[in-house]
Design a protein around this ligand. Structure first.
Ligand SMILES: Cc1cc2nc3c(=O)[nH]c(=O)nc-3n(C[C@H](O)[C@H](O)[C@H](O)COP(=O)(O)O)c2cc1C
Length: 331
């Protein structure tokens, strides 16, 4: 981890993916049965890798070997994208990150090829694979095409409706846009011949009324589950307790990017417990935000999440974090 942190964040990440592709990643030692029911099957444990860590679904066998029970690959967009200009990812004090990547990636074609290749890998049976999809311009047809293309090879789809690093349709409310996207994606999965569950990923909030509005709109559009939460944009930075001590990165004199790290845990736990109260008991919630220890994971599961995801914790603690969470959950 020390050596990786000598590199700029994006270079360290690219090197990690390369190492995993070469089979150089660690193997989970914990062999206790932590399996849980999710998406109509049993998954080996409720520990997930969150959206953005493997944008191209390029290292799925490596994540499985590391011990994850669930990987949300992507976010994938229909076309190749450069994303925002560099620098666009910063390590912050307090085990946090601010990223302003802007959904860079090679587009749908190589993403689906990686998913298809993984279908024949022995690790596929053990790993729950999700695809995070987005249309940076909010084009509904793109959600349909993306969902149709990935559905045959994944266990669920998440709509990244809350990425703070791309423009959103300001003419309509978040809940209107999300509802339209859910409908488009569900139409797409149907046409893909496999009606995989469609989840929506929400952005951070502490406003119970706003959250209830979002949840009800998503339920009305036929959503199958929720992922909470995405990173904290500057405009919502007062949600973070120590926000005044953060020097937010700027582009053209304007603060950019989204915060992830330990300060998200209170928010994600609160959101998960609020969502849990509003939705059918059988509907899954994936809790994400601020998980950097076994106890953090336990807190988020106790708040009502069926499974948890993490990303920033892995940047600071490395694969030992997955082992620690597995050990905590099995004790
Ligand atoms: C560098 C970076 C890139 C991310 N990219 C995505 C993305 O493409 N799609 C997505 O849904 N979330 C993305 N996220 C958000 C994470 O999935 C997660 O919701 C957030 O970081 C909070 O969890 P954490 O505190 O465990 O990192 C990204 C986060 C980081 C740090």
């Amino acid at each position: 981890m020390h050596l990786l942190h000598l590199l700029p964040p994006e270079a360290a990440h690219a090197l990690t993916i390369k190492a995993l592709q070469l089979g150089l990643g660690p193997t989970l030692k914990n062999k206790k049965d932590l399996s849980i029911p999710l998406f109509g099957k049993f998954i080996r444990n409720p520990i997930g890798l969150s959206g953005g860590a493997d944008k191209e679904a390029a290292a799925l066998p490596g994540w499985s070997k590391m011990g994850f029970g669930l990987v949300e690959a992507g976010t994938v967009t229909l076309h190749m994208r450069d994303g925002n200009p560099q620098p666009r990812m910063w390590r912050m004090k307090g085990n946090a990150v601010i990223n302003w990547l802007g959904l860079p990636g090679s587009g749908l074609e190589p993403f689906t090829q990686n998913l298809i290749a993984f279908q024949y890998h022995p690790a596929r049976r053990e790993l729950c694979v999700g695809a995070s999809i987005a249309s940076p311009d909010g084009v509904l047809e793109e959600f349909k095409i993306l969902a149709q293309a990935v559905a045959p090879d994944v266990d669920y789809i998440t709509l990244n409706a809350s990425c703070p690093n791309v423009a959103h349709d300001g003419d309509h409310s978040f809940e209107y846009n999300a509802a339209m996207q859910i409908r488009a994606a569900k139409e797409g999965t149907g046409q893909g011949g496999k009606n995989v569950p469609v989840l929506v990923k929400l952005g951070p909030t502490r406003d119970a009324t706003a959250l209830a509005r979002m949840v009800d709109a998503a339920l009305g559009a036929g959503v199958d589950g929720f992922v909470a939460t995405n990173t904290v944009p500057f405009s919502y930075s007062s949600l973070i307790t120590h926000h005044s001590t953060l020097t937010w990165p700027k582009h053209n004199d304007k603060e950019v990017g989204g915060y992830s790290g330990p300060q998200l845990l209170d928010i994600s736990c609160w959101m998960v417990s609020e969502i849990r109260m509003r939705i059918p008991t059988s509907m899954p919630i994936i809790g994400v935000g601020g998980v950097q220890s076994g106890d953090d994971a336990k807190r988020l599961l106790n708040a009502g999440a069926n499974a948890i995801q993490l990303y920033t914790g892995l940047i600071y603690k490395g694969p030992a974090l997955v082992e620690e969470i597995a050990d905590t959950l099995s004790s």
